[in-house]
Every structure is written in C-alpha cells, then in structure tokens.
Write a protein that binds this ligand. Structure first.
Ligand SMILES: [Ca+2]
Length: 394
C-alpha cells in the first residue's frame, strides 16, 4: 500500500492521514505488484480520452475547460507516490506526534466556537462533537493545513499513472462533478498531493457522495465552511456505521490473568464477560455489567495501555484503517483534552480536561469517561503487537 503518512515533522507539515485509508483499501497487494509498472502511452492522448469520457458522463464543457489548466502531469506526484517508505511506529510514538502542536486545546476552542452547529449536527446525526473535532484537528488542524497541491493535477497524474489508475480516474471524475455542481471552483481545489480535499481531507468520491451543505449557501464547501465540515463529518460517520448514543473507546485496566487470546479487535464479548474476567475502568471502578459488545485492544501488548473498543470504533477504522491512527483519534475524542505527561507517567492523576460546553454536560464522556491515564504508562511489553502503522515523509 502506499500511505503518505508523514514522519516527524507532522505538526509543522500537516499529515494527510486519510490518504492512508484510501490507499490501504486499494488492495495493497495489487498496489505493490503495480509499483513498478510503466506508462507506455503519452499523457496527451490519455487526457484527450479522459475528457471525451467526462463529456460522455455528462460533465459540461465549461467544467472541463475550468479544470483544464490543472489537468496536467506532474512527475513529482508520481515520485512521491512511488517513493513511499514506511517506518514502523508504535501507538504512543504515533499518538504523541498526532496530538502535538496544541491540537487538543485547539479542539476544545473549536467546539466552543461552533457550539450551535455541533448541537445541530448531534441532533441530526448523533455524533458527539468531540468525535468530529478529533478528526478535524488530526486531518487539517481545523483547516490550517489542507495541503498544497492542486487536487485536479494530483488526481490527473495518478489517474494517468499505471499504478492505481482506475481508482484515481473515478476520483478525478468526481472532482469534476464537484465543480459541475458548484460546490467548489476549480482554482480553489488545493489539497493533499494524493487529491484529498478540505478540512477533513476527503477523497473526491467520498466528498461527492457524502458531503452536505450545512450553512445554507447551496454549496458543499469543505475547504472554507466550518459548518459544512461539521455537518458532512457527522453524516459521513453515520455512513461509516456510527450508532447514536453508543460509546466508541474506553481506557480500561486488565488483570494479569486475562485470557490473552481474547484480547483482539476481532474478538467481541459482552461487557459482562470482560467484567467477569476482571476488567475494570482505568480508575479501577467497575464497568457496567451488561451485554454491550466490546473488544479488548492492547496496542503495546499486555503491559501497555488497554482499551475496550465498542462497535462505534469500527467507524474510526473505516475512516482510517490504521489502528494507531484510530486509537489516537478515538482516545482524543474520548478524553477531549489530556495531558501528554499523563500518558508517559505511571502515576495516577486526573488528566482529563473536558472543554467547557456552556449549558451542556461538563463531562464529555458519559459512563465511559477516561478517568486517569495511569493505564497508559509505557512499560516493556512482553506481547508487543507488531507495529502495522507506518509513516512517510511529505
Ligand atoms: Ca455550504
């Protein structure tokens, strides 16, 4: 697969994490097999054929003309795409980088600033504000870093390139449809090098299918409109399977004699079974003894942090297939704000600082509150999970 996940300079350079999903889902084996394919035909006839097909699909000549300045080949994009290398990083390394740069306090400020829109979104779609805020912060620092490449150029290049041409051809048609529909102007479609657009870095086909106009101007502008971003994210998460009113992730404490083979994302048990096996909340208090299905996830093995992942956690994994990305996003949305020092410390402390949601519950998480973060202490792991997450330089 090809995930342009960034390495160390993430805070500064903006990771476009969502690219990882798209590329991961695009049959990694096939992608690897195609990695060294050669483009035999020149770009110009390919482009002429593409424009002909776009017209046949009902895209107007004026839209094609508006996109034309950007329908160019950029060898740099191909070089980035083919030059990707992966560096294994564990959950804490990744989450440290992802949550650096003031993303958590900035998230609290965004939730306050857009409180009315979030309230409407939660009523319409049932996705808690903190869940959307975490994605929004991780994907673009709330719009500050949406990428620097023209999406049409990137998509045209990657659609021409033999490696994953069919997938990117589909996204390129949808990028033109976004222009056709009036959502975006061709000249404003600046995004990631892989063609992701907007403050939540959606690929054009997901944008075309899922985005909604939430500020009432008739356009779905995920580049400029915070309201459109919030409403569209809620709708998209419901599309990914989000269930209203249900938890997503909860930090827990597991006993030393847990049946370890059960601790896997692919294994679900009713919460009462985990309770019977001695799993408690991170603060040692009892979990609800009920039928809610959940998996125990140990991203660093049995001596690292422990989580109960609920059905809603699957929506995170659909947003980005990387387990470490998903755990970090889910943890951030659960904790609202957490001292990073607490993640590194074995000393129990109250690290959860929920953003003020005037007139609303002070606790941002209900019975699945994160409690203290002592369970996130880093310790040597006897059962470290192989790091399947990787990062990549911009
Ligand atoms: Ca709008």
């Amino acid at each position: 697969m090809a995930g342009p996940m960034r390495t160390v300079t993430m805070q500064a350079t903006r990771p476009t994490w969502a690219v990882l999903v798209v590329l991961l889902l695009a049959t990694p084996t096939a992608a690897f097999a195609q990695a060294n394919c050669r483009n035999s035909a020149p770009f110009e006839p390919w482009l002429a054929d593409f424009k002909k097909e776009a017209a046949a699909k009902g895209i107007s000549q004026s839209t094609i003309a508006a996109a034309s300045p950007y329908l160019v080949l950029d060898q740099r994009i191909i070089n980035i795409d083919r030059g990707q290398r992966f560096f294994a990083q564990n959950f804490l390394e990744i989450s440290d980088k992802m949550l650096a740069g003031g993303r958590l306090p900035n998230g609290a400020a965004q939730m306050k600033k857009h409180q009315a829109i979030f309230a409407r979104e939660e009523k319409d779609f049932g996705v808690p504000p903190s869940v959307i805020t975490a994605f929004w912060g991780l994907e673009s620092d709330f719009g500050a870093g949406q990428g620097k490449d023209h999406a049409i150029k990137s998509l045209a290049t990657l659609a021409y390139d033999c490696r994953r041409s069919e997938m990117f051809r589909g996204h390129l048609f949808d990028a033109l449809r976004l222009i056709e529909r009036g959502d975006l102007r061709a000249d404003e479609m600046i995004g990631s090098w892989a063609g992701e657009l907007g403050q939540t870095q959606m690929m054009p086909s997901e944008y075309m299918a899922q985005a909604i106009d939430y500020d009432g101007d008739g356009k779905r502008n995920l580049i400029k409109s915070a309201a459109d971003v919030i409403g569209s994210s809620g709708k998209y998460l419901v599309h990914l399977g989000w269930k209203r009113g249900e938890p997503w992730l909860q930090e827990v404490r597991v006993p030393g004699n847990l049946p370890w083979k059960e601790a896997d994302l692919s294994v679900q048990h009713p919460r009462s079974t985990w309770v019977a096996w001695g799993v408690t909340r991170a603060d040692g208090k009892p979990l609800p003894n009920d039928n809610m299905p959940a998996s125990v996830v140990l991203p660093l093995g049995r001596f690292g942090p422990s989580f109960l992942a609920y059905d809603n956690f699957q929506a995170y994994l659909k947003w980005n297939q990387s387990l470490n990305y998903s755990l970090t996003a889910a943890y951030a949305s659960m904790a609202c704000s957490v001292s990073r020092a607490a993640l590194r410390s074995a000393t129990p402390r109250s690290s959860s600082v929920c953003p003020p949601m005037a007139g609303r519950r002070r606790s941002c998480s209900r019975d699945y509150a994160p409690g203290d973060s002592s369970g996130l202490a880093v310790r040597a792991s006897a059962r470290a999970r192989p790091a399947e997450d990787a990062t990549l330089p911009d």
